[in-house]
Design a protein around this ligand. Structure first.
Ligand SMILES: [Ca+2]
Ligand SMILES: [Ca+2]
Ligand SMILES: [Ca+2]
Ligand SMILES: [Ca+2]
Length: 300
């Protein structure tokens, strides 16, 4: 294992406009969003100009999460979403003309119905059998042979409600582990689960609405680490962001990388192109609205 960096990480939250995220990556890009409807935004030739909103579906109510990826292993990407109000988990094949609004029902596949208290989506081939599994909160869904059938469901941690979920190799032989954070709770748990029986390893049980969760190698030692961040909601006066440094032996070192800046649905990406994963977040239901970037200055 590499030595502990001298400065891990010295963070500098900065308020930026959304456009900053694309200024260094010009080109046509699209994004999917949710709420009362699921839609995608078509990037114009000039990405600093308004993007065109295209509705994918408004058949359900209260969409919470979206995921884009090849969930049915046919080489084409799909758009996955779940609706808390309608309690369904579905995905859409992309129609030949994706600008049609909404996308026809014929392109929709239903993974699960009667889902409650579920937040967070992820996908991975958890058992290395060549078929992708889908995660909805603490539930693992396996794709049936009959595409018209609902997917198989295994609940790995039924007591974890309204979680964020992340998947990645953080221990052992390369098979992915699952990480859950109880994103909508106080005294919330952050835990990782080892295959194949998904035994729980709790990293923290006193978090405040840790509604941001990601796996990435923040300190560049070749081992994936775990990031989570707390919300504020007007009552948590000292929200914290944490990175759990992977020590490679199943133990993790908790590092507080930020205090006093609440965040919600923060995402990890290398914003400044220096090879180190950074963090971008925003507030939710707080007194002020801001978008923040935490630049990873590990080793600088
Ligand atoms: Ca596909
Ligand atoms: Ca699989
Ligand atoms: Ca690491
Ligand atoms: Ca970076």
């Amino acid at each position: 294992m590499c030595p502990v960096p001298r400065h891990f990480p010295l963070h500098r939250p900065r308020n930026r406009s959304h456009n900053y995220l694309y200024r260094r990556q010009p080109g046509r890009r699209s994004r999917a969003g949710g709420g009362k409807e699921v839609y995608w935004l078509e990037c114009p030739q000039n990405p600093t100009q308004p993007w065109t909103k295209r509705i994918i579906t408004n058949s359900f109510v209260n969409y919470h999460d979206q995921l884009i990826g090849d969930v049915d292993d046919d080489g084409e990407i799909e758009v996955v979403t779940h609706s808390q109000g309608s309690k369904v988990l579905v995905y859409y094949k992309i129609p030949p003309d994706p600008t049609v609004q909404p996308w026809p029902d014929a392109y929709r596949r239903t993974v699960a119905t009667d889902l409650s208290q579920v937040e967070g989506l992820a996908m991975a081939d958890l058992d290395a059998n060549g078929r992708t599994e889908l995660l909805g909160g603490p539930n693992i869904f396996t794709r049936p042979l009959n595409p018209e059938s609902l997917w198989g469901k295994v609940t790995l941690a039924g007591s974890y409600k309204k979680t964020r979920v992340a998947v990645g190799n953080i221990y052992g032989d390369g098979r992915p582990e699952i990480v859950l954070s109880e994103g909508e709770n106080t005294s919330a748990r952050l835990a990782w689960f080892t295959p194949p029986l998904w035994n729980a390893h709790v990293l923290n049980s006193t978090l405040f609405h840790p509604h941001s969760l990601a796996i990435a190698d923040f300190d560049g030692d070749g081992l994936n680490d775990v990031f989570t961040g707390e919300m504020g909601l007007g009552t948590n006066l000292n929200p914290k962001l944490f990175v759990y440094r992977n020590k490679g032996d199943g133990s993790f070192e908790q590092v507080v990388i930020s205090q006093g800046v609440p965040t919600h649905e923060a995402k990890v990406a290398d914003i400044d192109g220096d090879g180190r994963p950074d963090i971008v977040g925003k507030t939710c239901d707080d007194q002020t609205n801001h978008v923040d970037i935490w630049f990873n200055e590990t080793g600088k």
